[in-house]
Design a protein around this ligand. Structure first.
Ligand code: PLP
Length: 439
């Protein structure tokens, strides 16, 4: 083998590390250079993908570790603990706790000795119960082999990215988005392709995805009902989105942790569209107020499910069995789930009505999830500066739009306080925006 082409290829890699060109163009160049060096196209994709992922990771590090919102929440908590009444609407955590039926089931399971190591995929009873409920609800044909019980939705997305892609691969994230998708992908050495949707276009993802997806996109993460916008996707749009992914040969991870929270339209689930390249995930955190219990699940073909179970086995052995038995009780407690969903819906309506009263705030009627994502009509609005000031001066904590992508003109407000407190918080937010606008 002549070495000059290989040297040219390595030179190109170092150019890539510094270049501003879009990743897909750089990959095309690299594949070309690889061909003349007598190397395979797969080698080019893999090796250059890694260089690009490292370039992205390095620039991502400058933007922060993704812990900004958590640190901000700690500050709000400290203020609260010092005796100040703080209206806390910054986190995606329901204020209701697990229902008594769930706590009782956990206690009984502990007493009965369900506290040993268990199967990495989860106990069969729970996997079967999840499979049968989902099959009934979405007209799917699922068995226990399709289900893996995970440490919340958070580990489900992490494991999904890990098993469905390789380091250097491109993962598409539709923004605004839950910040952990991009952080997890980068942490695992994947590249992130950001698909930006807009308020003006009703947060519609389909055309944007079609426009931006590349032949290097291996995985698309979608989340409807959406955090932070609350958008739900109807059946037709969902189908179209899956078609775009299928044409590109990409996997789809459908994060459906808010699928129970819908107010008006009926959200579609990926489970309604049988496809070999879809992984769906859900969690007990939101519907039953079980955030700290750390339990969720993935639904996939048995081979993929096996890989997720293996990832979980490697990382944490299994989910505690008494927690899984409590989750079984949660599935039975349909009434608590219904009450929680109704409660959030009523509060979202209050948030919508209260925020609509300001000329400086543009807000869409809530469709789903637990949030409202108003647009602030103030030129040059800096969402981080605003939320810090709002906490200091008005004792209200909300999340800055900047945490969810390039959405500095937005705020995310969670429907996690009682009606009267929500009204008072909104009054303070309106005042805060007016003051910011005139400063
Ligand atoms: C969109 C989305 N996915 C997944 C999660 C993870 O939730 P958990 O790990 O508690 O199941 C959250 C939590 O806020 C979320 O908003």
């Amino acid at each position: 083998m002549r070495l000059e082409p290989l040297q040219d290829f390595l030179r190109l890699c170092s150019e890539i590390a510094r270049s501003e060109l879009p990743a897909s163009q750089l990959l095309e160049k690299a594949i070309e250079a690889c061909r003349s060096a007598g190397l395979s196209e797969d080698f080019a994709r893999g090796f250059v993908g890694l260089v690009l992922a490292e370039r992205e990771r390095a620039s991502g590090e400058k933007e922060g570790s993704g812990l900004g919102l958590r640190e901000f929440a700690s500050k709000a908590r400290e203020m609260q603990e010092s005796g100040i009444k703080v209206y806390r609407l910054e986190l995606g955590e329901p204020d209701f706790s697990a229902p008594p039926s769930v706590i009782e089931a956990a206690y009984e399971a502990m007493k009965a000795g369900y506290s040993k190591y268990g199967p990495a995929a989860g106990i069969r009873e729970l996997r079967e119960a999840i499979a049968s409920r989902l099959s009934e609800r979405f007209g799917a044909d699922l068995k226990a082999e399709n289900i893996v019980v995970t440490a919340g939705g958070t580990f489900a997305t992490y494991a999904a990215i890990n098993v469905l892609t390789k380091p250097g691969d491109e993962v598409a994230v539709i923004e605004p988005a839950w910040p952990l998708y991009a952080h997890q992908a980068r942490y695992l050495g994947r590249r992130v392709l950001t698909i930006r949707t807009s308020f003006e276009e009703d947060w519609d993802p389909v055309d944007k995805l079609q426009e931006k997806i590349t032949k290097f996109t291996k995985l698309i993460i979608i989340n409807y009902p959406n955090n932070p916008t609350g958008k739900i996707l109807d059946r037709k749009s969902f189908e179209k989105l899956l078609e775009v992914a299928e044409d590109a040969g990409a996997w789809v991870v459908s994060d459906e942790v808010y699928i129970d929270f819908h107010y008006g339209g009926e959200p579609a689930s990926a489970l309604e569209f049988p496809s070999s390249k879809t992984l769906t995930l859900n969690s007990f955190s939101k519907t039953w107020g079980m955030t700290g219990w750390r339990i969720g699940y993935i639904v996939a073909d048995p081979e993929t499910a096996g890989k997720v179970a293996a990832a979980q086995n490697t990382a944490m052995t299994c989910i505690p069995e008494f927690v899984q038995r409590a989750a079984l009780a949660a599935l039975e407690d349909v009434e608590s789930a219904r009450r929680n969903v109704e409660l959030i819906g009523r509060r979202l309506k209050i948030l919508y009505e209260e925020l609509s009263r300001s000329k400086l705030i543009d807000v869409k009627p809530p469709q789903g999830a637990m949030y409202i994502f108003p647009k602030i009509k103030v030129e040059g609005f800096d969402s981080w500066k605003f939320v810090r000031r709002l906490l200091e001066e008005k004792h209200v904590a909300v999340a800055p739009g900047a945490s969810f992508g390039a959405y500095d003109n937005y705020l995310r407000i969670s429907a996690v306080l009682d009606d009267e407190d929500l009204r008072e918080a909104c009054r303070r937010i309106r005042k805060g925006v007016e003051e910011y606008g005139s400063s």
